[in-house]
Design a protein around this ligand. Sequence first.
Ligand SMILES: [Zn+2]
Ligand SMILES: [Zn+2]
Length: 150
Amino acid sequence: MTVSDNRLQKAISVLKESGVRITPQRHADLDYLLTSETHPTADEIYKSLESQFPNMSVATVYNNLRAFKELGLVRELTYGDNSSRFDCNMTEHYHILCLECGKIVDFHYPSLEEVESLAEQVTGFEVSHHRMELYGKCADCQEPMLRKQA
Ligand SMILES: [Zn+2]
Ligand SMILES: [Zn+2]
C-alpha cells in the first residue's frame, strides 16, 4: 500500500464516521487531492475529472471540498486571487509561491512559535496563528542561463 493509498483509506473512514456518503465523485476528488501536490483549485480538480464524471459540475467539486474542509481533511488556502486552493497536507508547513507560473510548493520549517510569543509580549495580543508565504521564481521558470549547473 502506498502512502497516498493509506491516507485515502484514512480520509474515507473519517467520511464514513461522520455519515458523509462516499460517492464515486467524492472518492475521486479525495484521491486527486491526496496524490497531487500542487494545491489545486476546485476548477483544476473539475477539469481533470470531468471526462470520468460527465454529470459533475464545478459546484459539486466545490461542495465536496467544503465538506472535506469541515471534517478537517483539507485546508483552504487563499492568496488574494479569487480562487481558493486546497491542500490536504495537514501537517504544519509553509508555502513558497512562484510569481511566474503560480506553482505552490510545500516548505517545511519548524513553526515560528518564537515570533508568536514575542508578538504577544510586545503587543499584548493573544496570538491565534500566523501565516507566512515565500515568493519567487521556481526552478522551471528561471532563465536556463542563470540556473545553477547541476
Ligand atoms: Zn514557476
Ligand atoms: Zn501545502
